[in-house]
Design a binder for this molecule. Structure first.
Ligand SMILES: [Zn+2]
Length: 314
């Protein structure tokens, strides 16, 4: 059954995890490792000796995860193989080769679109991985820990997530092809920093809130523009504006330290695609690292608004 679902996903949408996701899905060029976070400026600002700190999974499946913080090369950080080199270059030229202007709707749209592509690619890859684990478990007749979510259920869920993310991405494609950048609304927050600490690019769902037959979604991009200033940009479809503002209420209605703290929690709860400046990370205690990893793991299947001073990331 899972396999059938997965095949339907491929057949219906002509996709696999190794295809250029440019609108239309007809591009036959081979995808390259494209950055979801801008490499030349953002990752340069955050890296130390060409390295950053990111989350790394020690187990190669989504059922039993063991996560640590580890060094990652700047050229690998945030990459996904979801676009060919031609489309990666031409599509994102105006955000890769020019300064981000927070009043430029096209640039803000493209930032969000790149997060959506990355997430779609991740979601298809996850579905395939989990399906493979599920088949292997069956094949070997392994007994699954009853307290853990069952691989079969996770596999179906991941495949359904890919369907939903694909439909969502298709709406962005239409807006992109018509240059209808007002399809999205944004909330931009400026954070003053002593040194750039973190960058993140993510699309996440607000599972508690239904929108049409689906969940409501928010895109979050966090990145430094220079040593002293970072941007946090929330993007959502104009139709989901009220739902998004409700979810982001605490963050949009606070200032300074409390606001940065709320943003930090949103990053940990909703992203695995975030990267930390090693110069900042080296002062973290083991307790802080563990607190953050545990919060991340705690919210993989269910969103929780928990509090601890160690969650602060700026
Ligand atoms: Zn292409």
């Amino acid at each position: 059954m899972n396999k059938e679902l997965l095949n339907t996903l491929y057949d219906t949408f002509h996709i696999s995890s190794n295809v250029c996701l440019y609108p239309g899905m007809e591009c036959k060029r081979k995808p390259i490792k494209a950055h979801s976070i801008q490499n030349s400026k953002v990752l340069d600002l955050l890296s130390d000796n060409s390295h950053l700190i990111g989350l790394k999974s020690l187990v190669d499946n989504e059922v039993n995860q063991d996560i640590i913080f580890d060094k990652i090369g700047k050229n690998k950080a945030s990459t996904f193989t979801g676009l060919c080199s031609y489309h990666d270059k031409t599509l994102f030229q105006s955000i890769d080769d020019f300064e981000i202007n927070i009043t430029n709707n096209k640039q803000l749209f493209l930032l969000a679109y790149r997060s959506v592509l990355k997430e779609l690619h991740a979601s298809i890859t996850a579905a395939i991985k989990v399906q493979t684990v599920y088949e292997k478990t069956k094949e070997l007749g392994l007994v699954v820990d009853e307290k853990q979510p069952k691989p079969a259920e996770i596999a179906v869920q991941k495949i359904m997530d890919s369907f939903d993310t694909f439909q969502y991405k298709s709406e962005f494609d239409k807006a992109l092809l018509k240059s209808n950048y007002k399809f999205l609304s944004h909330k931009v927050i400026e954070i003053e920093t002593k040194l750039p600490t973190i960058a993140c690019s993510t699309l996440f769902s607000n599972d508690a809130v239904k929108y049409k037959d689906d969940v409501s979604r928010i895109i979050m991009n966090v990145f430094p523009v220079n040593e002293k200033l970072s941007y946090v940009i929330f993007s959502f479809t104009s139709f989901e504006k009220t739902l998004a503002e409700d979810y982001l209420y605490k963050c949009l209605n606070s200032a300074g330290f409390s606001r940065n703290y709320e943003i930090s929690k949103l990053i940990i709860r909703n992203s695995e695609n975030f990267f930390i400046n090693p110069k900042y990370f080296k002062n973290w205690s083991e307790t802080k690292k563990n607190k953050i990893i545990n919060y991340f793991l705690d919210t993989v299947y269910e969103d929780k608004d928990l509090d601890h001073a160690d969650y602060y990331l700026f």
